[in-house]
Design a binder for this molecule. Structure first.
Ligand code: UD1
Ligand code: MG
Length: 464
């Protein structure tokens, strides 16, 4: 949209309601949608609009809200008593300049598209009011939009104050509106609470605007999903599914194959290259970047991970805060813990745990191993059952394995320890001192055979 609004935009987010129906100790707006508080999504949308200022009206569990969203860079306003939406907005007005346009959002309505709100701000213009409305098959519970014979909005009536004829109106008030600050301030000052709920209704300002001859426009969202709030956990779950479907569709539009878009969850920000394939029950959290041709098998969880082109993550693999290079293979059943880096062509197989480990290009840790606090060079083979003993009960120590080394199966590397380039460690060794480059180092009891030894046998049993 090319329209440049003449007034600075201030977003006021109403978030003081208790949310009784959540039956929760957690304030409603802190309940997570896609892993982040509902309110954080609304703040993101306000940011996306380029709002000059964002004021959040909080009340119930206020400290938890401001603490958890301390980095949000918004103005916090407390509404000590919840006396209605008009009263809530009134609390925010002292922080809002007269020349601003005020856009009102709800902290528990997280799926409104920025483009819808831009249209709302544009419809309000410099001096008018705009309401976001929707036609619902079942409008019960919502305020209804009253219109004159010529179609112009004349006011809003709340469900509890409505006549039977008004209750039959299908067009509802979503609660989101835009109005010039100076006018809003004057209208709010005149609000009364003589209504069925004894509350100061923000919705009453509409009739005041109409009485003053101020234009009241209305805008509808592209989809009804955009106006849905989370009043109970069923609604929250429904919002989660809508959010996830949107994310899945966005990724498919960008060229990602999802074997089942309904069994795929994003809780963060995902960027994917071309021809990425994601199997069922994959969860992507935090910041995830997937290169071209990456394939993720079923039941994988990736949190804050970068995966290079052509890498394959086999089923049931968990990767956290790691960088996986190009053409790597991980899993099935691998666990990559934070601060691990895999260079090109590295392989980590089943039942292998890596922590703070750099695995060089083409190196392999294929079966049943724990490798922590370790630097592994290129083309190293770490045998099955190898363990780095990186912790002495007090401190962590590093293991260093040079290029081309071969670590025999069931080896314990007691850190701090270094295995030189092209060194070979015999299977079953406990390595407590550095192993020199290019040599075979082995530390295990020599095998002996006791000739003629007899097994004890139970009485009455024949000797075989
Ligand atoms: C309000 C609207 C109604 C609309 C509906 C949409 C009014 C009077 N009515 O209804 O027309 O159809 O939203 O969902 O505005 N809040 C506060 N402080 C308060 C009261 C509410 O911060 O004192 C916040 C709540 O946290 C919530 C939002 O305002 O985010 C709406 O509150 P809610 O009680 O759900 O509004 P309703 O009265 O149901
Ligand atoms: Mg409500």
């Amino acid at each position: 949209m090319s329209h440049v609004h003449a007034r600075p935009l201030c977003v006021a987010i109403l978030a003081a309601g208790q949310g009784k129906r959540m039956r929760s100790a957690l304030p409603k707006v802190l309940h997570p949608l896609a892993g982040r508080p509902l309110l954080a999504h609304v703040i993101d949308t306000a940011r996306e609009l380029g709002a000059g200022a964002i004021q959040v009206v909080h009340g119930h569990g206020g400290e938890r809200v401001t603490e958890q969203l301390a980095d949000a860079q918004v103005g916090w306003v407390e509404q000590a008593e919840q006396l209605g939406t008009g009263h809530a907005l009134m609390q925010a007005m002292p922080a809002i300049a007269d020349e601003a346009s005020v856009l009102v959002l709800y902290g528990d309505v997280p799926l409104t598209r920025a483009e819808t709100l831009r249209a709302l701000v544009t419809a309000a213009g410099d001096d008018g009011v705009a309401l976001l409305t929707a036609e619902l098959e079942d409008p019960s519970g919502y305020g209804r939009i009253l219109r004159a014979a010529d179609g112009g909005v004349t006011g809003i009536v709340e469900q509890k104050d409505a006549s039977p004829a008004e209750l039959a109106i299908a067009e509802i008030n979503t609660g989101m509106l835009c109005a010039p600050a100076a006018r809003l301030r004057a209208w709010l000052a005149r609000l009364g609470n003589d209504n069925a709920q004894g509350e100061y209704y923000l919705t009453d300002v509409i009739a005041m605007a109409v009485a003053e001859g101020v234009a009241v426009a209305s805008v509808q969202p592209r989809s009804v999903d955009e106006i849905l709030g989370a009043n109970d956990r069923r609604q929250l779950a429904a919002l989660e599914r809508i959010y996830q479907r949107r994310e899945a569709e966005r990724l498919m539009d960008e060229g990602v194959t999802l074997l089942d878009p309904a069994r795929f969850d994003v809780r963060g920000r995902v960027r994917a290259g071309r021809d990425v394939t994601i199997d069922v029950n994959v969860v992507l959290e935090g910041d995830v970047q997937l290169g071209d041709g990456v394939h993720i098998g079923a039941n994988c969880v990736l949190r804050d991970v970068q995966v290079g082109d052509g890498s394959v993550i086999h089923p049931n693999t968990l990767i956290e805060r790691a960088v996986v290079g190009r053409r790597c293979q991980l899993g099935p059943f691998a666990r990559i813990r934070p601060d691990s880096v895999l260079d090109e062509g590295a392989r980590v197989g089943n039942f292998v745990e890596l922590k703070k480990t750099h695995l060089g290009a083409g190196s392999k840790v294929n079966h049943l191993a724990y490798v922590g606090d370790t630097t592994i060079g290129r083309a190293v083979n770490v045998g099955a059952g190898t363990i780095t003993c990186n912790y002495d009960g007090v401190n962590k120590h590093r293991t260093v394995i040079g290029d081309g080394a071969f670590i025999g199966s069931d080896t314990q590397l007691v850190a701090p320890v270094t295995v030189g380039e092209n060194a070979v460690i015999g299977a079953g060794s406990t390595i407590t001192r550095d192993a020199p480059a290019g040599e075979l180092t082995v530390s295990r009891a020599r095998q002996i055979t006791v000739r003629g030894w007899k097994r004890t046998i139970k009485k009455g049993k024949e000797e075989r």
